[in-house]
Design a protein around this ligand. Structure first.
Ligand code: FUL
Length: 494
């Protein structure tokens, strides 16, 4: 595929080609509209915004794991205040290989570790502060959680990401903006140069007060520059401009989820003003409708990530051992995230031993088995054939004879943009076409559920699309009812 990265007035010339012929003219990650375009032209061009290679690879992971581990694990808190004594950090049986193998067997492709949370305690022996593992009794101050986890990931070909909280309640320079920004850049530099490849950098937007009520102004442009120079293949999430927060921490996706959106994180005055003008934030319901595009000046490929914890808290607390989410809840979250054009970032917090707790391990095992059993083998005979779908056109697919289905999957080839706005799926049952389900956006992946049925054929109709839709794959599955299919320990139900 030929890709041309363009912006500004050149867009107009390219627009003519995109409108008049099917030119392979794509806008990688960003498109800035010239002022002369009509609303229809703007919507049409939105169909040509595509992900970068790293955004595309990130999306294909589908399942990624968050690991919240640090000082809070030992103090029982969710947010430390930075005054914690490093002597408290002392995992008794630290085992990163157990994290990696448990998560990998459950289908997860990346581990994203809290190298530093808001309390400022660093899980690697940084030169920037003594508030780190180097001052702890763990491994006599010789340990390095970041390195140990990264090496365990490398042994199993698991991707590795880093959460580095900009908000730091321990750093003496916090609130003294230029000085703290330099300190943060040094931390980033250590993490992004000394540990091999890092695939995702998660930058939280929390911005609490510093000492004496000082407000810290983060230098996002500088942080971006450091990340892009040191790890050009990594995606930057949340306050980063590659991966967008879905807008809640409950595992809820949007039925209509556009990866092409005018939203950008509030990293400078201009983006903040534009977000305000359009009245959009990551929590808005509508981030990509025609109406919004018509009012936009710039569009971005900025896909959604659903972060949610397997437990009520982000960190491990023994009193929550009986509140690990049920299999049914996790599967529901899967349908709401992976099934709604998002990547799931599921948090599983290790305990004070430095191991994933037995209850969580068992739940992950059940989850992995369920997903594999359900989606391993599709029930359509011929859903693999790519289809270039115009608005109002349909295609029929054969269901494997005598199979019962209750789930359909649709995928667009997002390397050619996200385009579908409305579709319907029917089943041929007793010589009639019966509507099974319908939806709006598809994107990388859309899963929809309906009642058990055994049609001989499925018919997919793309009712509305922004340009010819590139349907990559259609398939059907049977997702077993969890209450009946899998016995659960009622004590661990949530
Ligand atoms: C939030 C933090 O304040 C929480 O503690 C947690 O780390 C979550 C993933 O991000 O903003």
């Amino acid at each position: 595929m030929k890709k041309i990265i363009i912006s500004g007035l050149c867009v107009f010339l390219l627009l003519l080609s995109a409108c008049n012929q099917r030119a392979n003219t794509y806008f990688e990650k960003k498109l800035t509209y010239p002022e002369i375009l009509t609303s229809d032209q703007k919507v049409k061009l939105a169909a040509y915004v595509v992900p970068t290679q790293q955004q595309y690879e990130w999306q294909q992971q589908e399942l990624t794991a968050f690991i919240h581990f640090g000082m809070n694990t030992f103090t029982g808190r969710e947010w430390g205040d930075g005054s914690e004594n490093p002597a408290l950090f002392n995992p008794t049986d630290f085992d990163a290989d157990q994290w990696v193998s448990t998560l990998q067997e459950a289908g997860f492709k990346m581990i994203l570790l809290t190298a530093k949370h808001h309390d400022g305690f660093c899980l690697w022996p940084t030169r920037t502060t003594t508030h780190s593992v180097a001052s702890s009794p763990w491994r006599n101050g010789q340990g390095d959680v970041v390195r140990t986890v990264k090496e365990a990931c490398d042994r199993k070909d698991m991707k590795f990401g880093i959460y580095l909280s900009p908000w730091d309640r321990n750093a003496e320079s916090y609130g003294d903006s230029p000085r703290y920004n330099t300190f943060f850049v040094e931390q980033l530099t250590e993490l992004l140069t000394n540990y091999g490849e890092v695939h995702e950098i998660w930058l939280d937007g929390a911005n609490g007060e510093g000492l004496n009520g000082k407000v810290q102004e983060y230098d996002w442009a500088r942080f971006y520059h450091v990340i892009d120079s040191l790890q050009p293949k990594a995606v930057k999430a949340i306050m980063g401009d590659d991966v967008r927060w879905v807008g809640n921490e409950s595992g809820l996706g949007r039925e209509t989820e556009w990866s092409v959106t005018p939203l950008q994180p509030d990293i400078n005055e201009a983006t903040a003003i534009e977000n305000r003008r359009l009245e959009i934030t990551p929590t808005a319901d509508d981030l990509g409708s025609r109406d919004l595009i018509e009012r936009s000046q710039t569009l971005h490929w900025y896909p959604s990530e659903v972060d949610v914890s397997i437990r009520p808290g982000w960190f491990y607390h023994p009193e929550e051992d009986h509140q690990v989410k049920t299999l049914a809840k996790l599967v529901d979250i899967y349908f709401q995230s992976v099934g709604m054009n998002s990547v799931l970032l599921l948090n599983i917090p290790p305990d004070t031993r430095g191991r994933l707790h037995e209850t969580d391990v068992e739940r992950l095992r059940q989850f992995g088995n369920y997903i594999e059993n359900t989606f391993d083998k599709g029930k359509l005979v011929d859903g693999d054939m790519p289809w270039k779908a115009r608005s109002g056109t349909s295609r029929e697919y054969n269901v494997v004879p005598d199979e019962t289905i209750n789930t359909v999957m649709l995928q667009e080839d997002i390397r050619k943009g996200q385009r579908v706005e409305k579709f319907i799926v029917e089943g041929f049952i007793d010589n009639k076409w019966i509507k099974l389900t319908e939806g709006t956006t598809i994107g990388y992946k859309r899963l929809l559920q309906f009642g058990n049925t055994s049609p001989s054929r499925l018919r997919v109709t793309i009712n509305d699309t922004r340009d010819i839709a590139n349907i990559k794959k259609v398939d059907a599955f049977f997702a077993a009812s969890i209450e009946n299919g899998i016995k659960e320990d009622p004590r661990t139900n949530k």
